[in-house]
Design a protein around this ligand. Structure first.
Ligand code: HMH
Length: 221
């Protein structure tokens, strides 16, 4: 082990923003059992809209991987992520009916609209594969880190929210995120300084958008 990967150095360098995204008051409230269920329901409905917009973004990363990378492992890791999104959409429908949330009636709130347009901008052919791959990692890593935190020992996470936490907080998803991080690190290491700078900026933007996304759960309370 010589040194940290590029991504680990960024997480260290921007630790306070990373922590704001992964230890948000909404996540803390799930973890300590004080979560307001209307906030949870709002998050659930908004996240379903987000995931629907996330699918074409991930597809665009897959296309870039097939066109640009020398190594087929990238494609396989991204394809694994896409397959998981198929289950995820089905899960949202099931979970929404359990909580009495009508998905067809959800209107995306401003922060969600901003996040979905950001995803759209990343789908442009002008966005380098390495930059898009880094964004993909960051988006998944924030959820993995946040929900795994709610499943640690001696937490008060309500029983009825554990399945949600487990969806992103489980160890297999954690390992998949690590693999994705390694794939992104490999590309970042061989990238130009210019591309590395762009990828770092995109990482920071994802963190900001994730914070605003969690903030949405608190609208009106
Ligand atoms: C807002 N970020 C948001 N929603 C998600 N479902 C994920 C990340 C992870 O898939």
């Amino acid at each position: 082990k010589v040194d940290l990967g590029v991504i680990a150095t960024w997480v260290k360098k921007h630790a306070s923003l990373y922590e704001a995204a992964t230890r948000h008051p909404f996540i803390e409230s799930i973890r300590n059992g004080t979560v307001d269920l209307s906030s949870f329901r709002r998050w659930l409905g908004q996240d379903y809209i987000f995931v629907r917009a996330f699918v074409p973004f991930v597809a665009s990363v897959l296309v870039k991987a097939c066109n640009e990378t020398d190594d087929s492992s990238d494609m396989e890791v991204i394809l694994g992520g896409m397959a998981a999104l198929n289950d995820e959409l089905a899960w949202f429908k099931k979970e929404a009916s359990k909580w009495g949330v009508t998905l067809s009636a959800i209107v995306p709130l401003a922060a969600n609209v901003r996040y979905c347009s950001f995803l759209k901008s990343l789908m442009s052919l002008e966005v380098e594969y390495t930059v898009a791959l880094t964004a993909f990692w960051a988006i998944e890593a924030v959820y993995q880190d946040s929900f795994a935190y709610c499943l640690e020992e001696d937490t008060e996470t309500p029983e009825e929210l554990k399945e949600t936490c487990y969806r992103w907080g489980n160890d297999d998803f954690g390992e998949w995120c690590c693999t994705l991080e390694e794939r992104a690190n490999r590309r970042l290491q061989m990238a130009s300084e210019d591309v590395r700078k762009k990828a770092e900026a995109v990482f920071l933007r994802v963190l900001e958008l994730e914070i605003e996304f969690w903030d949405m759960s608190r609208v009106g309370i």
